[in-house]
Design a protein around this ligand. Structure first.
Ligand SMILES: O=C(O)CCC(=O)C(=O)O
Ligand SMILES: [Mn+2]
Length: 212
């Protein structure tokens, strides 16, 4: 069992799925998982809407001197001027759509921050993936706050401690779930979404970020 059993229900809130969450008990990390921020029906609607309305791009990366298509489609949306550079790619922000503005308001309230950008990743099938990394670019600030919303097919999210090799964790990011990583998490931990041979539906992941 990777998650601890501290599922909480906030009695001060009207009963709603958004008040269910678990804190992952991991050294040097502050990670909170909301398994059902959105229900299945709403998640499906969001997935369809975003898949159709976002201007998806296929970036290319250089691996051992070879140029290869990045194994997923991406889009970078944010406030004007919030360009994002990672793995040698610089993305200029597209403007916020109505749907993304609504989503931002919801995740801002949960995280208690004002996100000003979001990286969208479209995993078309089990061959699409994201390798080990930390979201620790300097422009994400000293202790990055990353709010990660998943829609569509369930994929495994793996975590490993950068210095204590025995420390690792794994959780299934189901449709409608929200994962909040904050505090020192990005200093000490890396994460990945590995490829899978299982048949999986397309998955859309949105990582909301605060760019300084
Ligand atoms: O798809 C995911 O769940 C993770 C995405 C991610 O790590 C990122 O965008 O930095
Ligand atoms: Mn990441």
């Amino acid at each position: 069992m990777w998650l601890d059993s501290t599922d909480k229900l906030d009695a001060s809130q009207p009963l709603s799925l958004t008040s269910l969450y678990s804190s992952l008990q991991l050294s040097d990390a502050d990670i909170v998982f909301y398994p059902s921020l959105f229900n299945e029906q709403y998640s499906d609607r969001l997935l369809a809407k975003l898949t159709q309305t976002i201007d998806w791009r296929q970036d290319w990366i250089t691996v051992y001197g070879r140029s290869l298509p990045q194994p997923r489609l991406t889009a970078w949306v944010g406030d004007p001027g919030k360009a994002y550079t990672y793995s040698g790619i610089t993305m200029q922000p597209s403007g916020w759509t109505e749907t993304l503005i609504d989503l931002k308001a919801t995740v801002d309230a949960i995280a208690g921050v004002a996100f000003n950008s979001v990286l969208l990743n479209l995993y078309r099938d089990g061959n699409d993936s994201m390798g080990w990394h930390s979201d620790d670019e300097p422009e994400l600030g000293q202790n990055p706050v990353i709010g990660s919303l998943s829609l569509g097919g369930t994929r495994q999210f793996m975590l490993r401690h950068k210095y204590q090799k025995a420390l690792k964790a794994k959780l299934a990011l189901t449709s409608g779930s929200f994962l909040l990583m904050q505090g020192t998490t990005q200093h000490y931990w890396q994460h990945q979404v590995p490829k899978t041979k299982r048949a999986v539906s397309p998955r859309l992941n949105l990582t909301f970020r605060v760019m300084c």
